[in-house]
Write a protein that binds this ligand. Structure first.
Ligand code: CTP
Length: 441
């Protein structure tokens, strides 16, 4: 908790507010950021003023709350953030943008995304976004059809490829009563993403004096920029009849952590999920593939445009074959199910794409190391993450995992018991290093 606070404490956050209904939530967002020690100054667009008043924002921040370029000029040299000295950069929009440790835009409309993607600067916020060298974090909010529009998706992709971070949007009821992807991420998630962005960039005032981050973080924060990573998550379901399935206890947490971390590191992520019980990551589109054969099809299709595959899904080894069309009746003598082996997805991908980077997981309860090495070899993997669900604190549904990594050269690293997010980070750093020398796709 103490470490988690350090990213925001004493940081200077420039909050951009654009004209979406969710703008009414921004005073509370500022309050949450300030509670963690951030100094927040605000630039709101003209339309944002229809959803939240300047007075409401002023009442929760000690920094300026500005809208127009020329209004900012009138403030001369600032100060632009509470406690900071007057700026040495004469132009208001430049001074403000440069002194920020991070620029957060919440809510970010489709219009804001388009302007930033194309480099338009026709008001104080869009100008500051071009003038800043600080990390940018966007919390989009809009109608589902707008979010899914190819133009908006393309703008989001352009921005992501440039290293702009996103938090949300997420699925839910939208302001216009429709249901779908487009709701602004919850305020707590925005605060967490802000903290992460500050810590990752080492940008906060505190971080300047903080000790170096633990091992493995030396790799650039955007090490997967320009890469496409396919991640599978959850447990497959093989139907026996219309109501019964053969499945397993996978929650999807490990795959979701991998998808989130890959995106955080700048990758385009294709997330393919079987049945999951954990909350899905916000803002990452998912393809659902419940059965082994559906997943095999979705993965092989996605791999055409991808650099790497991480098979975190728990894939059924057996299937009863084509399911019965009607519910199997109770029989006093019992029922015998004949199970056939399923297709091994990793092996199939390896034979179709001999050069792509493949990461597998192995769930082992016996001699883990030997079984892991054998699996790495058999499936032609570049890296295998071995875990034992019987270890205390690890495994299905848990937030932690006890993982050992073995790579193609035979090198072994025991990560020990760590959060699934840390495990994801360790795996992706290795993937990033391995891909570093290769041309994309
Ligand atoms: N896997 C796969 N296709 C399958 C089964 C598993 O691609 N039909 C993947 C899993 O997603 C995982 C890795 O292979 O990344 C290892 O899964 P595991 O079930 O441990 O391996 P199996 O080959 O099924 O071997 P075992 O006999 O130990 O079950």
């Amino acid at each position: 908790m103490t470490e988690a606070r350090s990213g925001l404490d004493q940081s200077r956050v420039l909050l951009g507010v654009t004209g979406g209904v969710a703008a009414y939530k921004t005073p509370e967002l500022i309050r949450l950021l300030a509670k963690e020690g951030a100094h927040v100054s605000v630039v709101m667009t003209r339309n944002a003023r229809r959803f939240v008043t300047r007075d409401a924002l002023k009442s929760v921040t000690h920094g300026p709350v500005l809208t127009g370029l020329f209004e900012a000029q009138a403030l001369g040299e600032g100060p632009w953030f509470e406690g900071s000295p007057p700026s040495t950069l004469g132009m208001a929009h430049i001074g403000m943008a440069r002194e920020a440790d991070l620029v957060l835009v919440a809510p970010a409309t489709a219009n804001l995304l388009a302007k930033l993607a194309r480099g338009l600067a026709d008001d104080l916020l869009s100008t500051a976004l071009l003038a800043t060298r600080a990390p940018i974090l966007l919390a989009p909010a809009m109608n589902v059809a707008m979010w899914e529009h190819p133009a908006v998706q393309e703008n989001a992709r352009i921005l992501r490829d440039r290293g702009v971070r996103f938090v949300g949007p997420e699925e839910g009821e939208l302001a216009d009563g429709e249901w779908g992807m487009g709701r602004m991420a919850p305020l707590e998630a925005i605060v967490e993403a802000t903290r992460d962005a500050l810590e990752a960039g080492g940008m906060s005032r505190r971080a300047e004096a903080a000790p170096p981050r633990p091992q493995g973080i030396a790799i650039s924060d955007q090490a997967l920029r320009g890469r496409t990573i396919v991640v599978t998550a959850g447990g497959t379901e093989e139907p026996i009849d219309p109501v019964r399935v053969i499945t397993n206890r996978s929650s999807g947490k490990m795959g979701f952590a991998l998808a989130e971390e890959a995106r955080r590191m700048g990758a385009r992520v294709t997330l393919i999920t079987a049945r999951t019980s954990a909350p899905a990551p916000v803002g990452i589109a998912r393809t659902e593939a419940l059965t082994v054969s559906a997943m095999a099809g979705a993965v092989r299709e996605a791999m055409r445009d991808a650099d790497a595959l991480i098979m975190a899904a728990a894939v059924s080894d057996f299937t009863p074959g084509p399911p019965s069309g009607s519910k199997i009746k109770r029989a006093e003598s019992g029922v015998t199910l004949e199970l056939k082996a399923t297709q091994d997805i990793l092996r199939a991908v390896r034979s179709e794409f001999p050069k792509k980077h493949l990461v597998g997981f192995a769930l082992e309860t016996g001699d883990e190391e030997r079984a892991g090495r054998e699996k790495l070899e058999r499936k032609g993997l570049d890296l295998i993450a071995i875990n034992n669900p019987l270890k205390p604190g690890a495994g299905f549904g848990s937030d932690q995992n006890d993982v050992t990594l073995i790579d193609r050269s035979g090198a072994l690293e025991r990560l020990g018991l760590r959060s699934k997010r840390d495990v994801a980070r360790a795996i992706l750093e290795r993937v990033a290093r391995a891909l570093a020398g290769k041309a994309a796709r």
